[in-house]
Design a protein around this ligand. Structure first.
Ligand code: KG4
Ligand code: ZN
Length: 345
């Protein structure tokens, strides 16, 4: 590196979370962290882009002050500014990245634009001494992907979904059952109460190679509810009270099906490479303890390491953006001394 880098201030605003972090480079740890989730979307059952932008704009200044205004740190002490520059909702990305870039410009410090998906891949490096190459399964509300991660900077997409993301599948079924948005954690809690029993044995998609598909599973659950008389397709709503036992049965069966599909594709990917040192599991869905357990079991059976981040670094967060920014900056510091970066969506 050109000069000593001690502190990074990073921002993540690609969807419906406004997050800032101050990251200490020497200890590779988070000094201060703040995330504000937006609850305005709950009644719509999904994120409304215009509302997301408004909420980011309304709270961004206050949130940045929370992480950067205190006795120990001032914005003048920050050596690198970084922000998510894509992919994501364009209006949300522009607010976080322009705000952070303006701070970098004001303090004459480098600005590092970061790809959100690279941020998720790097999230496990915050708390683990990561070995390479490894296979990374990245699963959230917007994507489901498998990467071959060669080193800190080089990762290749080797598998992805042909339709919906696994997180979206949790969210849509949760909405169908009247449990609200986001749905993953709610479905997990109900599945746990039901001892993760695979009551309905929903079909697992038989997709080629390393591709995933979750739309058939979504339809299978929908038609189960229709055939059992709970849901009316014309009215697009529940038409009779669903007993909690039934909701638990659907939840645990759904979790088993999603988990099986994710784990089986990672197992296939391991057969394609003979030098893999570990498996990592990242993204919002990696908060799920049941799927974590199954992935860990797979790694143990293959005698390789398993990495997962703490839940606050699995969901969208700014610490993973700081970690990715550090890798990018170390590789080529001179690349980040102008402020002409674009957003990539
Ligand atoms: O990474 P993330 O915060 O945002 C995106 O980039 O999409 O992931 C959010 C997704 C949502 O679909 C949410 O339902 C899911 O992660 N999620 C979970 C759990 N916690 C969050 N899915 C399954 N089990 C969980 N415990
Ligand atoms: Zn994400």
């Amino acid at each position: 590196m050109d000069r000593e880098i001690k502190l990074i201030l990073s921002c993540e605003s690609s969807c419906d979370e406004t997050a800032f972090c101050v990251f200490d480079v020497n200890s590779n740890s988070v000094v201060r962290n703040v995330v504000r989730s937006q609850f305005v979307h709950e009644k719509f059952g999904g994120v409304v882009p215009e509302l997301a932008s408004q909420e980011h704009l309304r709270f961004i200044n206050e949130l940045c002050d929370v992480v950067s205004l205190n006795k120990e740190i001032s914005l003048r002490d920050i050596d690198i500014f970084a922000a998510t520059a894509g992919p994501g909702l364009p209006g949300s990305l522009v607010i976080g990245s322009s705000y952070t870039k303006a701070l970098a410009w004001h303090f004459k410090k480098p600005f590092v634009p970061v790809n959100h998906l690279m941020g998720h891949v790097c999230s496990v490096s915050i708390e683990n001494n990561v070995k390479y190459p490894h296979i990374c399964l990245s699963v959230s509300g917007g994507h489901t992907a498998i990467y071959y991660v060669e080193n800190e900077l080089k990762y290749e997409l080797i598998g992805g979904t042909v339709d919906d993301a696994a997180g979206e599948c949790f969210d849509k079924i949760s909405k169908l059952l009247g449990l609200g948005y986001p749905g993953g954690a709610k479905i997990e809690a109900l599945a746990k109460e039901n001892d993760y029993k695979d009551v309905f044995k929903f079909p697992r998609a038989k997709t080629k190679g390393l591709s995933f598909s979750f739309s058939g599973l979504k339809t299978a659950v929908l038609y189960k509810l229709v055939n059992d008389g709970f849901y009316n397709l014309e009215k697009k709503s529940l038409v009779k009270y669903i007993q909690s036992e039934y909701v638990r049965d659907v939840s645990s069966s759904l979790l088993c099906a999603i988990s099986d599909m994710l784990v089986s594709k990672v197992a296939v990917s391991l057969n394609d490479f003979n030098n893999v040192a570990a498996i990592s599991f990242v993204g919002g869905v990696s908060c799920n303890k049941y799927i974590r357990g199954k992935m860990k079991e797979l790694a143990r059976n293959k005698a390789i390491d398993f990495y997962v981040a703490s839940p606050k670094h699995c969901i969208d967060n700014a610490a993973m953006i700081a970690q990715a920014a550090l890798f990018l900056y170390k590789d080529n510091p001179s690349k980040f001394n102008n402020y002409s970066s674009d957003i990539f969506v």
